[in-house]
Design a protein around this ligand. Structure first.
Ligand SMILES: Nc1nc2c(ncn2[C@@H]2O[C@@H]3COP(=O)(O)O[C@H]4[C@@H](O)[C@H](n5cnc6c(=O)[nH]c(N)nc65)O[C@@H]4COP(=O)(O)O[C@H]3[C@H]2O)c(=O)[nH]1
Length: 953
C-alpha cells in the first residue's frame, strides 16, 4: 500500500480503529487527570522502544546492502581486468610474432652479415615486405630496422627510409650493450609532431657469428589501448590503466595527459601484485586522483605490463544511496506515526476502556503500516537489485561482445554447463538459455581438435592445475569455423576431486588469421606470391628425403636477362610488374608437384620432381627459356627480356640442399657466360673454375690497395705527318703469382663485382698526372667502362682529376664502347655532353663490332671513331673490309669526326689505311703498349723512323 495514503492519519486510524473510537479532543476540553497505570507505562515504554528500534534495524539492513553492492562491484572489476589482460596480451603477442617472422626472413634470405644485411634491409623490397606485415596489425604505428650503429635502414613510414638514428634511445642501448637482453620495451615516447604516445618493442638481430646486427623495432600506438579501454570502461567513474612494471603509466582511460609517461606512486593493488598475489581486488584510495575506488590489478606475461581497472566507490554505491534515503524516509514516517499515536493515546487517558481497544487497534494499524512499509521497501529493494543486476549484466555483456569473450561454469559433478546466450553463440550453439549437458556443450568442437582438448582438461585435473588454457576450433551453425581460446579455473574439493570449472572463452579467430597471414608472409615472396628462399629450402629437403627412397629430381636456377635494364630505365613499378608476369608464365609451365620460388631480385628456382632422364630437365629448361623470350606488355611498354638457366640433378650432383643449389648456380653462371638465353647442366669442372674465379675475385679486391696495377701506354700516330698524336692508356695487373694479367682477364670481373669505379678513377688520375708531364699537344686516351657511366659521378671525378693534375681538358680523350650507348641513353647523352662541355675529347672505340653503331654516330658528336682491329686485320685479305673502312671514313668526314685505325701491324695495312683517308693509326707497327718510363725512348725512336721515312719520300 503506498505510503501517501497514510498522510491523513486521523481518518486513516479512525478507519482502522472503528467508528466508536475517539482519536482526540477539541480545544478547551480538559483532559481528566488520573494515576498512571502500569499498563500505560508499558505502553509508553513499548512505543518509544519501537520508535528507537526501527532506525536501528533499518541501519543494520542498509549496511548489509552497502557491503553487498561493494562486493558485486569487486566481482565486476575483477572480471573486467581479466578480460583486458587477455586482450592486451593477445595484442602484444601479435607484435612478437611479427618480429619473429622478420628475424626468420632475414635468416632465410641469408642477409645476416652486416654488409648484406644493410643492403637488403635498405631495399625497397624489404620496405614493401615490412609494410605488408605491419598492415595486418592496427595497433602498430611503424616497423623499422636499424643497423648496429642505430641508423634506421628501413621503415614502414617512408621509402627511402628517413635519415634517422635511434642510437640514443634506451631500448637501442640496452640491446646494443650485450646479449643479456634479447628483446626490450622502450619508455613511452611522445611523437614530437602529433603528440601521440608510442611504445617501441625492440628485438635484437644477430649475425650468423652471433654479433650484433641491429634491431627490429615495432612502434605500438598507446592511444589504440586507450581507445580499447574506452570501449570497455563503461561509465565516467571507471578507469582502466596500463603500466610498465616500474610503475610508468602507459595508457589510461579516462586520459590523464600530464601523467602519461611518468612513474606514478604504486598503490596497494600494485604492491600486492608485486608480492605475488595473482589478481588482487581491493578497496583503496587512488594514487592517481585521490578518490576511493575498487581496484583490481593483473599482470600480463609478455611483455610484462600491469593492468589496473577501478571503479569509484561512490558510483558503485549510487543506487544503494537512493535506497537508503527511501528507507530512512519510511522509518522517519513510521516513527512520526508512532509518536503521534502516543500523543493521541495520552489525550484519551480518561477513557481507559476504550484505550485498550485503541491500543490493540493501533498496534494492529502499526503492524499493518510496518508490514506495508516493509513490503514497500522490500519491493523497492528487489527492483533496485534487479536494475543493478541488469546494468551489471549489460556491462559484462558489452565487454564480452566487444572482446568476443564469454564465461561459463561447468558443474563437473552433474556434468552440465551453465552460461549466457552470448557464450552459447560463441561456442557455436543456436540461441537458447538454461544449463545444458556438457556433451552437448562440446558438440560444436571440431572432431580433430576434440582429443587434444579432452587430454588438456584431463591433464589439468590429474595434476590439479588450477588454471588451464586450451585452444580449439568450433563449427558455427552457418558452417563457419572459428578459433576459440578457453581459460578454465578448476575448483577442487578437499580430497582433490574437481567439482566445478569456471572459464572464459575468447574468439581468437582474427588473431589466428593474422598469425596465419604472417606465417604465409614469412614463407612467401610478397611481390609474386611465390615461395621464398626459406620455403624453397624446406621443399628441397623434402625432395631430397624422397630421393633417398629412390628417384631423381632437378633443381633449375633462373636469372632474368636484362631485368636490371628494365628496372633502371622504366622504373620500379614496371620492374615489379615484369617480375609478376614472369612468375605467372613460369608457374603455368610447371606441374602441380613441381615447386617454383623467387629467391630474391630477378632470381627464380624450380624443383622438377619425378624426373626420369636429364632430357626431361632440358626439355623443361627449353620451355622456360621460350616462355620468357616472348615479349611482355607492361604499362604500355613492350619489353623483351630472356632467361639463363643452370641445372643440377639429384642424386648425381649431390644429395645436399646447399650443394645442389650451389651446383645449379655455377651452371647458371656458365650459361650466362656462354651467352644469354641458354641453359647448362652442372659439370664438376665448373666447380674448379668457379673456385679459380673466386680466388681471382679475392685478389682483385686487394689489388688496388696493394698497388698491383700498372699503366702501359701505346702510341697513336697521325698518318699525314707520321707524328705521335698521343698515347692510349692500357691497364695491367701485376699479380704476385700469376705475373702480368691483361685487362680482358680481369676488367669484366671488376665490372661485375663493382670494383671498376675505384679502379677506373685510379687509371684516370694516374694517366692525367703522367700526361701533364708530356709536351703539349700530346694527348692521353683513357678507356671508360659502361659501369662508370652508370655511377653518375663520372663528370665530377673527371673535373676533379683535371683540376688536381693541371692537365688541359683538350688533351684528355675518353674512349667509350657501344655498350655505353646501349645503357639508359638519355642519362648517357647528358653525361657525354657534360664531358664535352668540359673540353674533353670523346672517341667511339671498337667501332664496327656492334650492330647499330651508325645510329650512335648521328646521336652524339664524337670527336673520333676508332675502327676495330678486326677490320684492319682483314684489310689485306678482304676487299669488303677495305670498302667498310672507306665508307666509315667518308661518313665520319661528313659528320666532322676523325678516324683512327686500331691494330696496325704491317706497312701494307698502313699504306691502305692512308689511301682510305684514315687520320690516325695505332698498333704494334708503331709500338706495343709500354710502361711510362719507356715513353721518352719510344718517342725518340718513332721520331727517328718518321725522319727516315720522310727523307726516303
Ligand atoms: N693484336 C694486336 N693487338 C693490339 C695491337 N695494337 C694494340 N693492340 C691491343 O688492342 C687493345 C686496344 O685497346 P682497346 O681496344 O681499347 O681494348 C682494351 C680496353 O677495352 C680494355 N682496357 C684496357 N685498359 C683499360 C682501362 O684502363 N679501363 C677500361 N675500362 N678498359 C681497359 O681492355 C682491352 C684490351 O686491352 P689490351 O689487352 O691492352 O689490348 C689493347 C692493345 O694491347 C696490334 O697491332 N695487334
Amino acid at each position: 500500500m503506498p505510503l501517501r495514503r497514510f498522510t491523513d492519519l486521523r481518518s486513516c486510524l479512525k478507519r482502522l480503529l472503528g467508528p466508536g473510537a475517539v482519536l482526540g479532543r477539541g480545544p478547551g476540553r480538559a483532559a481528566p487527570a488520573g494515576p498512571k497505570r502500569p499498563g500505560t507505562v508499558l505502553f509508553w515504554a513499548g512505543g518509544i522502544a519501537l520508535a528507537a528500534l526501527l532506525p536501528l534495524g533499518a541501519a543494520t539492513y542498509l549496511m548489509q546492502q552497502r557491503e553487498a553492492a561493494l562486493r558485486e562491484t569487486e566481482r565486476q572489476v575483477g572480471n573486467l581486468v581479466m578480460v583486458l589482460a587477455s586482450a592486451v596480451e593477445a595484442s602484444f603477442s601479435s607484435v612478437d610474432l611479427l618480429q619473429s617472422a622478420v628475424q626468420e626472413w632475414i635468416r632465410s634470405t641469408e642477409t645476416d652479415r652486416p654488409e648484406s644485411f644493410a643492403a637488403k634491409a635498405g631495399s625497397r623490397e624489404t620496405h614493401l615486405a615490412l609494410r605488408a606485415r605491419a598492415a595486418a596489425l592496427p595497433q602498430l604505428r611503424s616497423v623499422f630496422l636499424t643497423d648496429a650503429s642505430g641508423q634506421v635502414l628501413s621503415s614502414t613510414l617512408s621509402w627511402p627510409p628517413p635519415q634517422r638514428s635511434v642510437a640514443e634511445r634506451d631500448y637501442f642501448r640496452r640491446l646494443q650493450a650485450g646479449p643479456v637482453f634479447d628483446r626490450t620495451v622502450s619508455a613511452p615516447l611522445r611523437n614530437g609532431i602529433t603528440g601521440d604516445w608510442n611504445l617501441v618493442l625492440a628485438r635484437r638481430l644477430v649475425a650468423a657469428d652471433g654479433s650484433f646486427l641491429g634491431l627490429i623495432g615495432v612502434s605500438v600506438r598507446l592511444d589504440y589501448f586507450e581507445d580499447f579501454f574506452r570501449r570497455l570502461a563503461l561509465g565516467p567513474g571507471n578507469s582502466i590503466s596500463l603500466f610498465r612494471r616500474d610503475g610508468t603509466l602507459l595508457a589510461r582511460y579516462p586520459r590523464l595527459e600530464d601523467k602519461i609517461g611518468l612513474k606514478v606512486a604504486r598503490g596497494p593493488a600494485f604492491r600486492q601484485l608485486e608480492a605475488g598475489m595473482p589478481a588482487p581486488v581491493l578497496r583503496t584510495r587512488s594514487t592517481v586522483d585521490d578518490r576511493d575506488r575498487i581496484v583490481s590489478a593483473r599482470a600480463t606475461e609478455s611483455p610484462s605490463f600491469i593492468l589496473l581497472a577501478s571503479r569509484l566507490e561512490e558510483e558503485a554505491l549510487q543506487s544503494w544511496r537512493g535506497e537508503a534515503q527511501r528507507v530512512a524516509t519510511a522509518v522517519a514516517l513510521l516513527d512520526g506515526l508512532i509518536l503521534l499515536a502516543l500523543v493521541l493515546l495520552r489525550r484519551q487517558g480518561r477513557q481507559r476502556a476504550a484505550l485498550g481497544e485503541m491500543q490493540a487497534a493501533r498496534r494492529e494499524a502499526e503492524d499493518k503500516l510496518l508490514r506495508a512499509a516493509e513490503r514497500e521497501a522490500a519491493a523497492r529493494l528487489l527492483a533496485e537489485r534487479e536494475a543493478k543486476l541488469r546494468a551489471s549484466e549489460a556491462m559484462l555483456r558489452l565487454a564480452m561482445e566487444v572482446g568476443r569473450v564469454g564465461g561459463f561454469r561447468h558443474d563437473l559433478v552433474r556434468d552440465i554447463v551453465e552460461c549466457g546466450p552470448e557464450t552459447r553463440a560463441l561456442q557455436g550453439h543456436a540461441p537458447g538459455e538454461g544449463p545444458m549437458p556438457a556433451a552437448e556443450w562440446f558438440r560444436p568442437v571440431l572432431a580433430e581438435d576434440w582429443p587434444e582438448l579432452q587430454a588438456s582438461f584431463r591433464r589439468s585435473h590429474e595434476a590439479q592445475v588450477p588454471e588451464t588454457v586450451a585452444d580449439y576450433r568450433v563449427r558455427m551453425p552457418d558452417g563457419q569455423v572459428r578459433h576459440l581460446e578457453a581459460r578454465v579455473r578448476v575448483q577442487f574439493e578437499a580430497g582433490g576431486t574437481p567439482h566445478s570449472a569456471l572459464g572464459t572463452i575468447i574468439d581468437i579467430t582474427e588473431r589466428r588469421e593474422a598469425e596465419a597471414r604472417i606465417a604465409h608472409l614469412a614463407h612467401h615472396d610478397t611481390l609474386t606470391g611465390l615461395a621464398n628462399r626459406a620455403l624453397f629450402r624446406r621443399r628441397l629437403d623434402e625432395a631430397l628425403a624422397r630421393a633417398r627412397q629412390g628417384g631423381a629430381f632437378a633443381v633449375l636456377c633462373l636469372d632474368l636477362d636484362r631485368f636490371k635494364e628494365v628496372n633502371d630505365t622504366l622504373g620500379h613499378p614496371v620492374g615489379d610488374a615484369l617480375l609478376r608476369q614472369a612468375a605467372e608464365r613460369l608457374q603455368a609451365l610447371l606441374r602441380e608437384a613441381d615447386s617454383l620460388a623467387r629467391l630474391g631480385g630477378d632470381e627464380f628456382a624450380v624443383i622438377q620432381v619425378a624426373m626420369e632422364r636429364s632430357a626431361d630437365a632440358a626439355a623443361l629448361a627449353r620451355r622456360l627459356v621460350a616462355t620468357l623470350a616472348a615479349p611482355f606488355e607492361l604499362e604500355g611498354h613492350q619489353v623483351m627480356i630472356g632467361t639463363s638457366i643452370g641445372i643440377a640433378v639429384a642424386p648425381r650432383d649431390g644429395m645436399d640442399g646447399d650443394a645442389l643449389l650451389k651446383a645449379a648456380d655455377m651452371a647458371l653462371y656458365r650459361a650466362k657466360a656462354d651467352g644469354r638465353g641458354r641453359w647448362r647442366f652442372f659439370e664438376p669442372e665448373m666447380d674448379a673454375r668457379m673456385q679459380l674465379r673466386r680466388a681471382l675475385e679475392t685478389d682483385l679486391r686487394r689489388a688496388l690497395s696493394r698497388g698491383e696495377f700498372e699503366l702501359f701506354y701505346q702510341p697513336i700516330v697521325t698518318l699525314a705527318s707520321r707524328q705521335v698524336a698521343g698515347f692510349e692508356v692500357l691497364l695491367r695487373w701485376r699479380h704476385p703469382e700469376r705475373g702480368l694479367v691483361p685487362p680482358d682477364a680481369f676488367i669484366p670481373l671488376a665490372e661485375e663485382i663493382g670494383l671498376i669505379g675505384p679502379i677506373g678513377e685510379w687509371v684516370l688520375r694516374q694517366a692525367c698526372r703522367e700526361a701533364a708531364r708530356w709536351p703539349a699537344p700530346l694527348r692521353v686516351a683513357v678507356n671508360l667502362s659502361p659501369a662508370q657511366f652508370a655511377g653518375r659521378v663520372l663528370v665530377d671525378a673527371v673535373t676533379a682529376v683535371l683540376r688536381e693534375t693541371g692537365l688541359d681538358a683538350a688533351r684528355l680523350e675518353v674512349e667509350i664502347t657501344e655498350a655505353v650507348m646501349l645503357q639508359d641513353t638519355r642519362t648517357t647523352l647528358v653525361t657525354l655532353h657534360r664531358l664535352k662541355a668540359l673540353g674533353v675529347r670523346i672517341a667511339m672505340d671498337d667501332f664496327g663490332t656492334g650492330y647499330s653503331s651508325l645510329g650512335y654516330l648521328q646521336r652524339f658528336p664524337f670527336d673520333k671513331v676508332k675502327i676495330d682491329r678486326s677490320f684492319t686485320r682483314e684489310l689485306e685479305r678482304s676487299r669488303k673490309s677495305n670498302a667498310i673502312i672507306r665508307a666509315v671514313v667518308g661518313l665520319c668526314a661528313g659528320l666532322d669526326m676523325g678516324v683512327t685505325a686500331e691494330g696496325v701491324e704491317t706497312a701494307a695495312q698502313l699504306e691502305t689505311l692512308s689511301r682510305c683517308g684514315c687520320d690516325e693509326a695505332q698498333g704494334f707497327l708503331f709500338g706495343q703498349p709500354r710502361p711510362a718510363a719507356e715513353l721518352p725512348e719510344m718517342l725518340r725512336q718513332l721520331e727517328q723512323a718518321r725522319r727516315a721515312a720522310s727523307a726516303a719520300a
